[in-house]
Design a binder for this molecule. Structure first.
Ligand SMILES: C[S@@+](CC[C@H](N)C(=O)[O-])C[C@H]1O[C@@H](n2cnc3c(N)ncnc32)[C@H](O)[C@@H]1O
Length: 318
């Protein structure tokens, strides 16, 4: 990571008058205890706890480092690489572009974009979690890419107006209490004619093949309603229009889940059953039966699950 770029981002944040905590580089040279948390592709590094809406406040979690492993497990899945490339295309990235990744997590997408914009461009990642920004800065520190990171809230971005050619949200808006405000902030910091791109799941499109239709509906509804914005996918186009974005393009991306581990990573099967049982939505034996059936289906090579996400892009007025 170019230290001059990080200094510039620090200065921008300070000038904006928004309180941001930028992290001490010296604190990031150790692995911060993250290494044992990293997942293997498709295998969640957590024991079935429902971590889904934990992304709304990673640092408030008793074990925030586990989210690093969860993000790595998702990013390693084939569908993720494919859709992320499409978000980059929707941003119209070119050498020299200046881009912002809002809710950047561990910064892997920032580094990918930094490779595309090259030395004449720059890419900034912002996230409200100091834990993931520490990890992002550690990873970026092993490169000389034009990437920099800041801790900051999507609803009050620590950047002045019009400084970015494009802004992206990747699975972020559904965790927010006020996604409209975050989109308005992205529009504010994008230059006239700049791009804003969001990739968001709509969790009511989740399907799982299981024998008991009523029970499956109860559990999948519980899963969807466990998010602040379980319907975010279908709502992004309206949010973009309301924020003044033009030339909207909407692309549905259905993610196919072909085994239990993938289903548990993306649809939080075990965590959903745990919560539903705790809330009395399903009986413990019903939940156990459902999970056992899905594990058996997976072992037999016939697990079937899916969820549809929406890639939405728009352009700020010139
Ligand atoms: C599901 S993760 C996605 C991370 C990354 N975009 C990726 O694709 O790997 C959601 C991210 O949004 C961040 N986040 C949640 N609420 C936020 C907020 N109000 N402002 C900024 N980031 C936020 C979380 O800390 C987390 O890193």
């Amino acid at each position: 990571m170019d230290p001059r770029l990080q200094t510039m981002v620090d200065q921008l944040a300070a000038q904006s008058g928004v309180a941001v905590a930028l992290l001490d580089m010296t604190a990031l040279t150790s692995d911060g205890g993250h290494s044992e948390c990293r997942g293997i592709a498709g295998r969640p590094p957590f024991g079935g706890a429902d971590t889904r809406d934990g992304f709304a406040d990673v640092d408030g979690d008793p074990d925030p480092d586990r989210f690093v492993g969860i993000l790595d497990a998702i990013s390693a899945m084939g569908f993720a690489q494919a859709y992320k490339r499409r978000t980059h295309a929707a941003l119209a990235v070119r050498p020299g572009s200046v881009l912002l990744d809002i809710g950047c997590g561990t910064g892997e997408d920032v580094l990918d974009l930094a490779r595309l914009v090259g030395p004449s461009g720059r890419v900034v990642g912002v996230d409200r979690s100091a834990t993931v920004i520490a990890e992002a800065r550690r990873r970026a520190g092993q490169t000389d890419l034009p990437a920099a990171f800041a801790v900051g809230d999507a609803g009050a971005l620590p950047f002045p107006d019009g400084g970015f050619d494009g802004c992206r949200f990747d699975r972020v808006l559904h965790h927010l209490d006020d996604p409209a405000r975050a989109v308005a902030e992205a529009v504010r910091v994008a230059r006239p004619g700049g791009r804003v791109v969001a990739f968001e799941p709509d969790f009511e499109t989740a399907v799982v093949e299981a024998a008991d239709r009523a029970l499956t509906r109860r559990l999948l509804n519980r899963f969807c309603d466990g998010f602040r914005q379980g319907w975010m996918g279908r709502r992004v186009p309206a949010l973009f229009r309301a924020a003044g974005l033009r030339d909207l393009a909407v692309e549905p991306v259905t993610v196919l889940l072909t085994d239990y581990a993938q289903g548990n990573t993306i649809l939080a099967l075990e965590g959903t059953v745990g919560r539903a049982v705790a809330e009395g939505v399903v009986a413990p034996e019903e939940g156990d039966r459902w999970l056992a059936e899905l594990r058996a289906a997976s072992a037999a090579g016939r697990f079937f699950g899916a969820v549809t996400c929406f890639l939405v892009s728009g352009r700020t007025p010139c």
